[in-house]
Design a protein around this ligand. Structure first.
Ligand code: SAH
Length: 270
């Protein structure tokens, strides 16, 4: 082998090794992005979602109270992606599907359904991938008929909209998953190229956030700030505030400490 050919052969090998390492990064970043379908009516949409995911390298499918599952229509529409269906987890609550997630993104066909921070699909995918290198991330998809409820949206840090015709903006559920899955793959490839620095903060997961919100509500009742007859609106606003702030572990500990001290002070005064 001439020096030239030897060098060319070596370059190809290291090129392949690099591509392999990059593939591995893409795979593991995508593995930590959950697709969560809520209360889906048509099993065919669940199957088509599995296919949309597998084509783009997503593997983690979570179903919250599907109307019918498993079902022959789901298997038929999944085509060769029935392994994703078999490994799908069925949950009886959103809480259970979000277990361990630090970031929840809620997709919505409607612009500004709730006055909440809204990303387009591409920006949302970049955000998801920035965090999925080290943490679990969830992407929620709503019911065919009426999407996500307000309560479900309030569990999200951001809403996500796929830009579409404003006069006809509602995609079929599995097609919405397909577009998001594609954007996630593109973002994952970009991520593997640039390798953004790791997050410098330790995010808290969904369960810790829920515990914080419960503690906050109890404290606001104890200090008589919250009117127990009308608690919903204030708590919605506070949820939005803290979800936007994305408090980290230390900050949540401080906030919980303040709540505890406030409760103790209120109890002493009584
Ligand atoms: N009629 C419902 C739309 C349901 S479409 C509504 O008005 O909300 C089913 C699901 O597909 C939605 O809940 C959402 O998760 C996703 N979806 C459809 N179109 C979308 C879009 N343009 N952007 C983001 N998600 C979309």
């Amino acid at each position: 082998m001439s020096n030239q050919t030897e060098k060319a052969a070596k370059d190809t090998r290291s090129g392949e090794a690099m591509a392999g390492a990059q593939d591995e990064d893409v795979r593991s970043d995508l593995a930590r992005v959950r697709v969560v379908l809520i209360n889906t009516t048509h099993p065919g949409n669940i199957g088509a979602t599995a296919r949309a995911m597998k084509v783009m390298g997503l593997t983690s499918l979570h179903l919250v109270t599907p109307k019918v599952f498993p079902h022959a229509d789901a298997t038929a529409m999944a085509s060769g992606a029935d392994d994703i269906l078999q490994r799908a987890t069925v949950h009886d609550s959103l809480d259970s599907a979000l277990e361990g997630c630090v970031l929840t993104l809620g997709t919505s066909a409607r612009l500004r359904s709730l006055p909440m921070p809204m990303f387009d699909a591409r920006r949302a995918a970049r955000q998801a991938l920035q965090e999925s290198g080290t943490h679990e991330v969830a992407m929620l998809f709503g019911r065919e008929r009426y999407g996500l409820t307000n309560e479900e949206m309030m569990r999200c840090q951001y809403l996500v909209n796929i830009p579409a015709n404003p006069e006809y903006s509602s995609l079929n559920l599995s097609q919405a998953v397909q577009i998001m899955a594609y954007e996630l793959r593109v973002a994952a490839i970009g991520e593997a190229d640039v390798s953004l620095p790791p997050l410098d903060w330790e995010p808290v997961d969904n369960r810790q956030m829920e515990r914080f919100f419960e503690h906050l509500e109890h404290t606001l009742l104890d200090i008589r700030f919250l009117n127990p007859r009308q608690p919903k609106k204030l708590m919605m606003r506070l949820r939005r505030l803290f979800n936007r702030a994305r408090p980290d572990q230390n900050e949540i500990n401080i906030l919980r400490g303040i709540l505890k001290a406030s409760q103790e002070a209120a109890a002493k005064d009584r």
